[in-house]
Write a protein that binds this ligand. Structure first.
Ligand SMILES: [Zn+2]
Ligand SMILES: [Zn+2]
Length: 137
């Protein structure tokens, strides 16, 4: 019996289908394959599956990445290497044990931080000027 399956190599479905049955994943109609072709198709499909998993892993890593909780910058590092529980942000000067995880959240904080910078700039009170210049120094 020659195998019938989903002919779409951008689709992870690799189970046998009935002749003419649409693929449950992508909707393509099943095609008859010779065994040699079927082997190649399975290779393509598993390559595709792996590439999906890689993208997922990449996303997961991004979600696990660390960001400054004050300004959302990814430019953070240990402040003291023998005490790697204190982090420092090179963008805003934040120091602390708490870091933010997740790129999506960091993007929000970045936008918020930019706005608050602009606001501080507009209404630059004398007191604030003093503290910012100290921080920047
Ligand atoms: Zn399919
Ligand atoms: Zn920061």
């Amino acid at each position: 019996m020659p195998p019938w399956t989903c002919p779409n190599n951008k689709c992870a479905h690799n189970k046998q289908l009935r002749p003419g049955q649409p693929c449950p994943l992508c909707g393509k109609e099943a095609k008859e394959f010779k065994f040699q072709e079927f082997g190649d198709l399975l290779k393509e499909k598993s390559k595709f599956k792996k590439s999906i998993e890689r993208t997922k892993n990449h996303k997961r890593n991004l979600e696990r990445a660390k960001f400054c909780p004050k300004c959302g910058s990814p430019n953070v590092d240990f402040l003291v290497y023998y005490n790697p529980s204190i982090w420092r942000c090179f963008q805003c000067g934040y120091e602390g044990t708490f870091l933010l995880e997740g790129a999506a959240l960091a993007a929000k904080i970045q936008a918020h931080y930019q706005k608050s910078l602009e606001r501080a700039h507009k209404s630059s009170a004398h007191k604030e000027d003093e503290t910012t210049s100290v921080k920047l120094a």
